[in-house]
Design a protein around this ligand. Structure first.
Ligand code: NDP
Length: 314
């Protein structure tokens, strides 16, 4: 296989709001950034439908339009956008090299990692069918569209508790589907869930199928593992809250990564454990996970990359 070597001043990996925003800022600072899109060009937002909470869109927009707009804006300002996936890297204070698709090795003066995270799904074919049409992994993004309706949330952790209570404030009823006979979330979260009258917890239940038609989700078929019986619930939306997996595989062993797989950054900054390497967006954030917070951290990463390059001779 033919290999290629290249030198780039600012390399950005990832094409969600964090990556594109980092690109926009780096391009305007004349740093000639190159951005590799990764496995899912446009990132997680391309799997949602309507976006109403991104500032600047008075009538809302769609996930794909928002990402198209960001891409166009980045391109217009001079970001070179390329298809490709980081497969490995070597990162130290003196040397940063990133290999793309196993074939192109890039030496970069500054690296911005914005590879995001993926929500975990159950893996049911019906879940795939209704993704974006009633199946969602983000209550803050999509909950609003289920005002006054009945939804289900799957998961027993703090995220599930948070999403269920958030949805309960908008929806008529929320089923919380938990596979164990108890909820793993913190005591405070459990108390909050229990104190919310329109949440019904279904312990020891697993989802066998999501039911629906051409218009979207209409229900779910659940197995009660304690009694080994199945029954259907009528719902309009099905929310996954069974955890996220940050896309940090190629960076393992090169940077400090926490126990859940997220890149460790100095609080409130994009600084990683390696000078000249910055992280932005969901790859380093398991708390907020919003397009706007990811975009903001992309901006911070580009500003810090600019400062870093300004203080060094390459
Ligand atoms: P967790 O890993 O804590 O919880 C995941 C939940 O999903 C568990 O209940 C797990 O079940 C369940 N689950 C996993 N796979 C499946 C499956 N295939 N089918 C059904 N259920 C499944 O993830 P969270 O996202 O909830 O939290 C991540 C971290 O972030 C935690 O440390 C949490 O405390 C923190 N957090 C804190 C918040 C806060 O303080 N306000 C808010 C949100 C998150 P099981 O228990 O059986 O393994």
């Amino acid at each position: 296989m033919e290999t290629k070597n290249e030198h780039i001043r600012v390399l950005i990996v990832g094409s969600g709001p964090a990556g594109y925003t980092a690109g926009i800022y780096a391009a305007r600072a004349n740093l000639k950034p190159v951005l590799y899109e990764g496995l899912q060009p446009g990132g997680q937002l391309t799997t949602t439908t309507e976006i109403e909470n991104f500032p600047g869109y008075p009538t809302g927009t769609s996930g794909t339009s928002l990402m198209d707009d960001l891409r166009q804006q980045a391109e217009r300002l001079g970001v070179e956008i390329r298809a490709g996936l980081v497969t490995s890297c070597e990162l130290s204070a003196d040397k940063r090299t990133v290999t793309i698709d196993g074939t192109t090795t890039i030496a970069t003066d500054a690296l911005i990692i914005a590879t995001g995270a993926q929500a975990k799904y159950l893996g049911l074919p019906s879940e795939e069918r209704f993704k974006g049409y009633g199946v969602s992994a983000c209550a803050t993004c999509d909950g609003f569209f289920y005002r006054g309706k009945t939804v289900a949330v799957v998961g027993g952790g703090d995220t599930a508790g948070e999403e269920a209570t958030y949805l309960a404030s908008i929806c008529k009823k929320v089923y919380l589907i938990i596979r164990k006979p108890y909820m793993r979330a913190s005591k405070a979260m459990l108390d909050r869930v229990n104190a919310t009258p329109n949440i019904e917890i279904l312990y020891e239940h697993v989802t066998q199928e999501i039911l629906g038609n051409d218009e979207g989700v209409t229900g779910a078929r659940l197995l009660n593992t304690a009694t080994n019986t199945t029954h259907d619930i009528a719902i309009d939306g099905f929310f996954l809250a069974i955890g996220h997996k940050p896309n940090t595989e190629p960076f393992k062993g090169q940077l400090e990564i926490d126990g859940e797989g997220y890149i460790t950054t100095q609080p409130g900054t994009p600084f990683t454990s390696v000078p000249g390497v910055f992280a932005a967006g969901d790859v380093q954030d398991h708390r907020y996970r919003q397009a706007i917070t990811a975009a903001a951290s992309g901006c911070m990463a580009a500003l810090e990359a600019e400062r870093y390059l300004g203080t060094r001779k390459f």
